[in-house]
Design a protein around this ligand. Structure first.
Ligand code: TYM
Length: 332
């Protein structure tokens, strides 16, 4: 059986990178896999979150998954903290992962920055919890954006070490699914920086809930260069903003970068930007409308999360028991 697990943090507005790099791919994979899609609220609190905002963001992320087309009847949508097995397995995996492995995690280095001593222990152990998320369900495939690749390599190392330490072939070695033309969407203000929720400039990203006017304004203001658009991907050399905007166009229109280069190559950014913002609005607007409709009915969204958590607990229980038996924990 092929099983997918993936997650999104409820830490502020979802952006185009989250949509094109992850959520849209999930929707496309749901015919071929059993899927669990998780709002990872326990990961979110590795940095301070306002409690009321965390609750609201948890519902928003769930609504975004539903509005984008994840089917909650066939698949599981839930928030992590409702299934206690994530924390239980994470502790066990804390005892499997090595300090040296975590010390290599670039995301921790970026997030902790110069204030490493002041970062929470949770932020440091974050990748172990992520491994627990996946392994708790023996998921075989994990669709994510490029930035999560290193964390998934760690999850593979942890699974391998657990299996070899115990001599039991318990955990599968997960396969990352990183595909499409937008595995790493870049900032609209700087084509060399990742589009991210934590960028202080709102103009750096397009949020899934932006109005048509906001989208148009942000794309109009997006950084470019004075040259005409490249006629082939070879022309992206030294032009990260052109590469990013044309990559976004290809992803949103479901065509290839080559197609976008042959259609717009040689033209001016101003005309291309107009087409790009019309396209972005046509893709995001229906999702935004549906999200708003869903969020007006929080009882429905909470019900999806509650039922999802119930089903997730049922899948997790036998795996956790197998892990406990394997390592010698006595339990009823
Ligand atoms: P998070 O919440 O940062 O991002 C959610 C998903 O969006 C992708 N993504 C991007 N893709 C392309 N371009 C971008 N600029 C961009 N920014 C974000 C991410 O790769 C991710 O797929 N640690 C994870 C959440 C997590 C998880 C898991 C994922 C927790 N447990 C288990 C998979 C499996 C995170 O912080 O994602």
């Amino acid at each position: 059986m092929k099983r997918i697990f993936s997650g999104v943090q409820p830490t502020g507005d979802l952006h185009l990178g989250n949509y094109l790099g992850a959520i849209r791919n999930w929707v496309r994979l749901q015919d071929d896999y059993d899927c669990l899609f998780c709002v990872v609220d326990m990961h979110a609190i590795t940095v301070w979150q306002d409690p009321a905002q965390l609750t609201a963001s948890t519902r928003e992320v769930a609504a975004a998954m539903l509005a984008a087309g994840v089917d909650p009847a066939r698949h599981i949508i839930f928030n992590q903290s409702q299934v206690s097995g994530h924390a239980e397995l994470a502790w066990i995996l804390n005892c499997v992962a090595r300090l040296g492995w975590l010390n290599r995690m670039t995301q921790f280095k970026e997030k902790a920055g110069k204030h490493r001593e002041n970062a929470s222990v949770g932020l440091y152990a974050y990748p172990n919890l992520m491994a627990a998320d996946i392994l708790l369900y023996k998921a075989t495939h994990v669709p994510v954006g490029e930035d999560q690749k290193q964390h998934l390599e760690l999850a593979r190392d942890i699974a391998q070490k657990f299996n070899s330490d115990t001599g039991v072939d318990l955990f599968p070695i997960v396969e990352p699914l990183i595909f499409g033309t937008a595995t790493r969407v870049m900032s609209l203000r700087d084509g060399t920086a990742k589009m991210s929720k934590s960028d202080p400039s709102g103009y750096s990203r397009i949020n899934m809930t932006d109005s048509a006017d906001d989208i148009a304004k942000k794309i109009r203001k997006a950084k470019t260069d004075p040259e005409p658009l490249p006629e082939s991907p070879a022309g992206f050399e030294g032009r990260p903003e052109a590469a990013n905007l044309m990559g976004i166009y290809a992803a949103l229109s479901d065509t290839t970068i080559d197609d976008v280069c042959s259609r717009f190559g040689g033209g001016q950014f101003s005309a291309f930007k107009q087409d790009l913002s019309d396209l972005a609005v046509s893709v995001l607007d229906p999702i935004d409308t549906e999200m708003r409709r869903l969020l007006a009915d929080t009882a429905y969204v909470d019900g999806v999360l509650r039922q999802g958590a119930e089903r997730a607990r049922a899948l997790a229980a036998p795996v956790l028991r197998e892990v406990q038996d394997t390592i010698g924990f006595l339990h009823p």
